[in-house]
Design a protein around this ligand. Structure first.
Ligand code: ATP
Length: 927
């Protein structure tokens, strides 16, 4: 807690009409009404807004220039703990168990337990059924808990990979620390794009604006300034000299003293509400949940129908009929499917992380697999962001290549001016250089010719700077000249500088075109002299800029990008380039890497601004390059594609990219060059900023989606087969041809356990040759519905036939023999055809070896089934009879039939698709 010794002030705070309204808003809830709560500031806290910086520093025992000492910081870290919001308390184990027991499947099973217990108590039947079904309930819940726990652990480990860092000054040294290590009194340095990691009071600020929507619900930027206030502000929004944890710096820079960390921050005070943010289900998971609910309804209705039929038709007792009804309900519910979905998603997230794509929203795993348009930034994502100046053109001279020739005076002056308007800095060997790639290229050029930025700045001290922005595409600095005058220098995109020279335009255009045609980025530089200090609005006076010259920089494409773009094309995905660079430069690179083909268009941000939304939506299919754009153009591009029903992935790194990242179906932020703001707005963060990583992520996303569909196909058709078989059996008067225990063994063990490992299936050959799945496609499209129907029919016919043969054909009306043969055929047969289901291509040897854990689990469960059918005590428990050799031979012969039918049908159905699935090598390598 902040120490307070100003009682008058404290009194004032207690009197003040505090009425802080807080709005919780998260990416998930963008379309919903934000939740409002009202909360009061801690009344004993001295109001920090009124203090002068030095009083504040005294209060927090820190120094305004050197910050805390390392020891003081360590001591406070120990006293206050890490600067983290305490995670929401996990529900207790009992609550989790309760949650699992309250779902429809468990309720049906629990009803069966109660019913069999009642039967055991009131009739002469024993407790076996109660114990077996009870054990399956426990096993089912235990598996669900375990799998959920491991999925959660995997996701938590991922979270730790995206640690936020903060720049602080400690012991006079500027350093980067983990946000968790920030303590009260730390001197933080902040710039546009940074997320604010703790509450703080500003000490200095320059053109500072923040986005405080998270706390106040105010969506427009809030202008901040360091000056002490004269009155206690009424609410957080008015506390303009304070910064709040969870908000973001949208422009300018600042230094500030940390006043509260962790749960003591304003965000911490409402953290319990933040913790309640609902987990989001993916669209596929939502559709599967809906399917699960419908199946449960079928289960209950089917169960009731069977019960009625058996009572009216066969005059069974109420309890017997009830038990039959329950068995059918059990048969119809795919008990393990929800856990398989969670597992597949978690597995996909982990695999993507290993390949440099960190998923921030689990829903993105699925979305990224379905994208059909990727709108990518050029610099750093498609190109290497390793800029080098290859050419320079001092105005009125010839175009020069960078060589070892010494510079003329004119050339030297040009480079001097360029260097003065640059912020990058070369550091000592071994340490990374500081600055963006364009500017580093400039200071390296200077160094090549023996010029040093520090020397230049001593001669021409900088007195003001107007920083570079992607909107302006220029940067300007104001200097004092050695003779006491003033010199403004501006550098940036040539078309954004107001040059005042009659000859410049014509000459420069020719040189500019020559360089851009070679895919070079071109920067112009110019200057304007002032007799006297032009004052604070000096930049607006830059209307008569004298040209200095042009430079051309090369930024080669990343070597893996052309292949990735081709892979995207094969996968039915269009890649679009969005860049701030010049149209000709962008076009040249786009052609080189395969983005821009014959008949496709490249336009500029200006062209875009001339197009109506309708015209853009109509033309968007042909446009592959958007040059000289500003970040706000990105939103229009996303929306135009979305109007064409596209699923759009959009990359971004800057603060201004955040809205487009949110608007895109999959927002992708750059991990290296990206700002905190962009990362927080994104669904996925690339730790290597590489376009090729997006294509890898698409393959992984598609694999997850396919694996879930495979699990659906594998499990649901057996459920359907069980329902129809039971209904038909009751109708023809055979009664219950499977017991609830047997049904559960098939669903939970025989199919359930191998089914889990479907989530670990690798990407199949050809996964990137499929067309993306449309946004609203049903899960039963692309043949899945038909395959489920064929498999269901096969099982219904086969197991009814086997049952009839066992009961009537081979013995004189022995239901238990029929039941045993049916059980073995269904349990083992439905396991074997996992292979044709999991292999979308032609079944081959690899299908049995690529996912050894699945094959292993299958062998394990087959052994278990055989034990149930052969070990006498187990036979009794599960109502199975010993079979003779002939009966065994029949079972062993027919268990292969479903596999053959599924494989045969698949080959017929997908003659063309199969070829595609076969074409490429396995993606993903071994587990
Ligand atoms: P992309 O959108 O492909 O990632 P980018 O983000 O690098 O490209 P911008 O940074 O907006 O695009 O740059 C656009 C133009 O601004 C460049 O073509 C160049 O003329 C100019 N420019 C870039 N960096 C600077 C800088 N540091 N100072 C002045 N001008 C610059």
């Amino acid at each position: 807690m902040v120490r307070s010794n100003n009682y008058a002030l404290q009194h004032k705070i207690l009197q003040a009409p505090h009425h802080y309204v807080t709005v919780i808003k998260s990416k998930y809830e963008d379309n919903s009404t934000p939740e409002r709560i009202e909360h009061m500031p801690t009344p004993t806290t001295k109001d920090l807004t009124l203090l002068t910086p030095s009083d504040l520093a005294a209060d927090f025992d820190t120094d305004l220039t050197t910050g805390l000492t390392t020891n003081a910081a360590a001591k406070r870290r120990q006293e206050d703990g890490p600067n983290q919001l305490t995670a929401a308390k996990k529900p207790s184990l009992w609550r989790q168990i309760g949650h699992h027991l309250s779902d429809i499947t468990s309720l049906i099973l629990l009803f069966a337990v109660a019913l069999s217990a009642y039967l055991a108590l009131t009739t002469d039947s024993d407790w076996t059924k109660t114990i077996v079904i009870g054990s399956i309930v426990i096993l089912n819940v235990a598996i669900a808990l375990y799998q959920e726990h491991s999925a959660e652990k995997a996701l938590a480990a991922l979270k730790a990979m995206t640690v936020q860092t903060v720049t602080v000054v400690r012991e006079g040294k500027t350093q980067t620390i983990a946000a968790a290590d920030l303590v009260r009194g730390d001197l933080m340095l902040l710039k546009a794009g940074d997320a604010v990691a703790a509450d703080a009071r500003l000490i200095h600020s320059q053109d500072l604006e923040t986005d405080e929507a998270v706390l106040t619900g105010e969506s427009s930027a809030v202008a901040k300034s360091a000056a002490p206030l004269t009155e206690v502000p009424d609410d957080l929004g008015d506390a303009v000299n304070r910064l709040f944890s969870g908000t973001a710096i949208t422009s300018g820079k600042a230094s500030a003293i940390v006043t509260a960390t962790g749960m003591q921050t304003e965000l911490g005070k409402i953290a319990s509400l933040l913790n309640q943010t609902q987990k989001q289900a993916t669209p596929l998971a939502k559709r599967l949940n809906a399917l699960g609910k419908r199946l449960s309804l079928v289960a209950i209705l089917g169960g009731a129908l069977t019960m009625l039929l058996s009572m009216l038709y066969h005059q069974e007792t109420l309890t017997e009929s009830l038990m039959l009804g329950v068995s059918l309900a059990i048969a119809a519910v795919p008990e393990t499917l929800p856990v398989i979905v969670t597992l597949s998603l978690a597995h996909g997230v982990q695999k993507m992380a290993k390949r440099h794509a960190i998923i921030r929203q689990v829903t993105a795993v699925e979305t990224i697999g379905n994208v059909n348009v990727i709108a990518s930034d050029k610099t750093g994502t498609l190109t290497q962001n390793q800029m080098t100046v290859t050419h320079f053109w001092p105005f009125r001279e010839a175009l020069q290549k960078v060589t070892d020739q010494p510079l003329s005076t004119n050339q030297q002056q040009f480079l001097t001016y360029l260097g003065l308007a640059t912020n990058a800095r070369l550091t000592k060997q071994g340490e990374p250089d500081i600055g963006d790639a364009t500017e580093l290229a400039i200071v390296r050029l200077l160094a090549h010719y023996g010029l040093n930025r520090d020397d230049l700045e001593t001669r021409y001290p900088r007195i003001a700077e107007s920083p570079f922005s992607s909107d302006k595409k220029t940067m300007a600095t104001l200097h004092k000249t050695p003779d006491g005058h003033f010199l403004a220098i501006i550098k940036g995109a040539a078309d954004r500088i107001a040059f005042s020279n009659d000859h410049w335009h014509e000459e420069a255009t020719a040189i500019h075109d020559q360089m851009t045609a070679q895919a070079l980025r071109v920067l112009a530089a110019g200057y304007q002299q002032f007799e006297n200090d032009p004052g604070a609005d000096w930049e607006t006076q830059l209307t008569a800029v004298q040209p200095s010259g042009l430079i051309g920089l090369i930024d080669p494409p990343r070597p893996e990008v052309p292949a990735a773009i081709q892979a995207a094309k094969d996968a039915g995905i269009i890649t679009v380039m969005i860049t701030g660079d010049h149209l000709v430069t962008a076009t040249a690179i786009a052609k080189d890497i395969g983005i821009l083909d014959h008949g496709q268009r490249a336009i500029t941000g200006h062209d875009l601004s001339q197009m109506s939304d309708e015209a853009l939506a109509a033309d968007i299919l042909q446009i592959r390059v958007f040059a000289r754009t500003t970040p706000t153009d990105k939103i229009r591009i996303v929306k135009a594609w979305q109007q064409q029903q596209a699923v759009v992935a959009m990359t971004g790194d800057g603060v201004n990219d955040a809205p487009a990242l949110k608007a895109a179906d999959a927002g992708i932020a750059m991990g290296i060059t990206g700002t905190d703001v962009a990362k927080n707005a994104a669904d996925m963060v690339l730790t290597d900023d590489n376009f090729a990583t997006i294509i890898d992520a698409v393959a992984q996303g598609r694999t997850v989606y396919q694996n879930i569909l495979k699990a659906v196909e594998f499990l649901i058709s057996v459920n359907f087969a069980q329902i129809f078989t039971m209904l038909i059996a009751v109708l023809v008067g055979w009664g219950a041809i499977m017991t609830p225990e047997q049904l559960l063994i098939v669903n939970v063990l025989a199919d359930g356990i191998p089914g889990f490992f479907l989530s670990r299936e690798l990407a199949e050959p050809g996964i990137m040759r499929l067309k993306p799945i449309p946004k609203k496609a049903s899960i039963f499209t692309s043949g899945l519905g038909k395959r489920v129907a064929v498999r269901t029919t096969t099982y219904v016919g086969l197991i009814l036939g086997v049952y009839a043969l066992g009961r009537f054909g081979l013995s004189a009306n022995q239901p238990i023999v029929g039941m045993t043969m049916l059980f073995l055929t269904l349990a083992i047969g439905s396991m074997l055809d996992i292979f044709p289901i999991k292999t979308r291509g032609r079944l081959n040897r690899a299908a049995f070896t690529v996912n050894p854990i699945l094959t292993g689990s299958l062998l394990g469960t087959i052994t278990l089934i055989l034990l149930l059918a052969t070990v006498a005590p187990l036979q009794q428990v599960f109502r199975l009879a010993p079979l003779n050799l002939g009966q065994w031979l029949i079972v062993l012969a027919v268990i292969w039939l479903p596999m053959l039918v599924v494989e045969g049908y698949k080959r017929r159905q997908h003659r063309d698709e199969l070829a595609a699935w076969q074409q490429s090598e396995l993606i993903g390598g071994a587990e």
